[in-house]
Write a protein that binds this ligand. Structure first.
Ligand SMILES: [Zn+2]
Length: 416
């Protein structure tokens, strides 16, 4: 074991980087699936290039109508993104850089700028082996998916019995249930749940039956919903009633956390479709109210607005049933991950999960974790160097213990 001396920052940096580099990650929120979910797993260069982050950036430079873009086949969309963001100007944005990191770590020569060569590489991959390769390169051991029974494509998967891939864990996504009740009701009825549009006692007990049955069927780790900045609780809305009458009692009974991803303004620009969502500052009082009034419910919370981050840390200091996680979406940029991770370590110590990938395309695990690892290692190094200045020298084993906590063990402990 390496011996540290006060002020020995080079050694501390080496130890932290090694620990962070080698840790096997649990990625607690993604949108990827096992390859056995036919047609749902996105991977390869055309899916990387048509990621909605890059489509939003591409459309800023084009005069083409949005509908014209969407009418193009995926391959042509990818070529347009490539030409606009990578060839006609330098790909400096985080999402662009991510494509290059991914290609480079897969052993491709990015200096050639040769889209067709990259396509040939991906065409030669066998999907099941490629999934193994991505997990290996990103050193991710487990991912938590986003599983929505109201999505017809997924429903088909869960109703068939297929071989399980233990690396992929499920999370029961409640967006359709909580945010579009009018479309959820007919589906619930079709599946044999005796619900109506009014939230009466019969509907409440049937929705609770639905939640418990689905949590069991997919062996979900937690329930999750994304919420607008205007989210309020308690409130008399359908969503408010469903949360208080159905979701929170189910979370309490099953000991499954309720994950709230707060701050997304859906379809600010509807013509951009999936790329059209925006951000707004939410009211932290909601999180505080829920944690205070439901002490026996576990809440996993991430917020999309930078402006909510400090108060979210403060609330987490007050309530141990709140686990703060990730730098979500528009926050997953180096400068913001650095700032937010520092703030969380300073206010919460190690009692949080600093990052999740939110990967929508399998290959994104490679770059999102490579980039996050580097920033988190830098921030941690600074913290240990500050400790060393007092004479408190972390051992290699202590550093590894702390790193393992941040990259997965804290989450599993919280989930129970
Ligand atoms: Zn997500």
């Amino acid at each position: 074991m390496a011996e540290l001396r006060p002020g020995d920052s080079t050694t501390i940096r080496d130890l932290v980087w090694k620990a962070v580099d080698e840790v096997q990650i649990t990625d607690i929120h993604t949108h990827i699936y096992p390859h056995t979910f036919d047609g749902l797993l996105l991977w390869g260069i055309d899916d990387l290039l048509t990621y909605h982050y890059l489509i939003a950036e591409t459309m800023r430079y084009l005069e083409m109508g949005y509908e014209h873009f969407w009418a193009l086949p995926k391959r042509a969309q990818a070529e347009l993104v490539w030409r606009t963001l990578f060839i006609e100007r330098s790909p400096v944005s985080e999402a662009c850089r991510g494509v290059l990191t991914t290609l480079e770590k897969l052993g491709l020569d990015v200096s050639k700028r040769d889209l067709e060569a990259y396509r040939r590489f991906f065409a030669e991959q066998k999907v099941d082996e490629y999934v193994d390769k991505v997990f290996e390169l990103s050193r991710v051991k487990t991912v938590v998916m986003t599983n929505d029974p109201f999505d017809d494509a997924e429903l088909g998967y869960w109703s068939k019995s297929r071989q399980q891939d233990e690396r992929f864990r499920a999370a029961l996504r409640l967006d359709a249930l909580l945010n579009s009740w009018h479309t959820a009701v007919p589906k619930l009825q079709e599946w044999g749940y005796n619900v109506g549009f009014d939230i009466n006692s019969q509907t409440v007990s049937e929705v609770r039956r639905f939640l418990v049955e689905w949590l069991n069927q997919i062996n979900a780790v937690y329930m999750a919903v994304s919420l607008p900045p205007s989210f309020a609780f308690p409130e008399g809305s359908t969503r408010g009633q469903l949360i208080s009458e159905c979701v929170l009692p189910t979370a309490r009974e099953t000991c499954k956390p309720f994950a709230m991803m707060i701050g997304v303004k859906k379809l600010t620009n509807p013509a951009l479709r999936l790329a059209g969502d925006s951000v707004g500052k939410a009211n932290i009082d909601v999180v505080e109210y829920l944690c205070a009034n439901y002490p026996d419910v576990k809440f996993l919370v991430t917020m999309l607005s930078r402006e909510n981050q400090h108060e979210l840390c403060v609330v987490a200091r007050k309530f141990r049933n709140l686990h703060v996680f990730g730098c979500w979406w528009f926050l997953n940029n180096p400068s913001l991950v650095d700032e937010i991770t520092r703030m969380r370590l300073e206010l919460l110590g190690l009692s949080m999960t600093p990052q999740h990938s939110d990967a929508r395309v399998l290959d994104q695990l490679i770059y999102k974790w490579a980039h996050s690892r580097r920033i988190i290692a830098d921030v941690l190094t600074d913290k240990y160097v500050d400790l060393a200045a007092t004479g408190w020298l972390p051992t290699e084993q202590e550093i590894r213990r702390d790193v393992a906590a941040l990259f997965g063990e804290n989450f599993w402990r919280f989930v129970g």
